[in-house]
Design a protein around this ligand. Sequence first.
Ligand SMILES: O=P(O)(O)OC[C@H]1O[C@H](OP(=O)(O)OP(=O)(O)O)[C@H](O)[C@@H]1O
Ligand SMILES: O=c1cc[nH]c(=O)[nH]1
Ligand SMILES: [Mg+2]
Length: 210
Amino acid sequence: MRLHVANHPLITHKLTVLRDKTTPSSVFRSLTEELVTLLAYEATREVRVEPVTIETPVTTTVGVMLSQPRPLVVPILRAGLGMLEGMVKLIPSAEVGFLGMVRDEETLKPSTYAERLPDDLSGRQCFVLDPMLATGGSLIAAIEFLFKRGATDITCICLLGSPEGVAAVEAATVDANVMLVLGALDERLNESGYIVPGLGDAGDRLYGTV
Ligand SMILES: O=P(O)(O)OC[C@H]1O[C@H](OP(=O)(O)OP(=O)(O)O)[C@H](O)[C@@H]1O
Ligand SMILES: O=c1cc[nH]c(=O)[nH]1
Ligand SMILES: [Mg+2]
């Protein structure tokens, strides 16, 4: 697994507002969208392109366009849905698949309650969106789901990650072509499995369900 942690003052500024417990849901939603667009810039550095010849008003030139098959973007419901708009703004031609997962807050184990993905993901570049990488259980389950459908090229974008979650994803994806892009790598998990300093429950903060 390759890890990229954003080191950019604009991203850190936006994350600071996101972390603030007084930030209302409406602002939290806009910032999440802005942050994913900034992180997607790094996450799509290896997006596949192919040469195309075009005519400018001045001459003929060779540029590039995204290759087929189109990239697949997979938000993990619920909180990952808050990242979808920011991602498809950058790649409007992407196809979108969905995985619904929820973590049991006692056992911290994830379960999958919804799935809408193409049957065959071989040859597809997949971009998984989830704001929070805590124990890593949800992201690992999502990655394994995509592997079972034949995916071999997966990039995950998370706003915040814990060292424990990064280590777990790393251990689960040895030798696989997986990239993890984080807005920030936080200090640790607390005894309830929440990221510290973190931002609380991303789903609740996005959708006002505290
Ligand atoms: O790394 P983990 O320990 O698995 O925790 C992270 C998961 O927890 C959150 O989802 P949650 O289960 O709260 O569902 P929600 O998006 O519906 O709020 C978050 O969006 C991740 O999917
Ligand atoms: O800190 C955390 C951990 C899991 N899920 C969240 O939304 N936040
Ligand atoms: Mg939640």
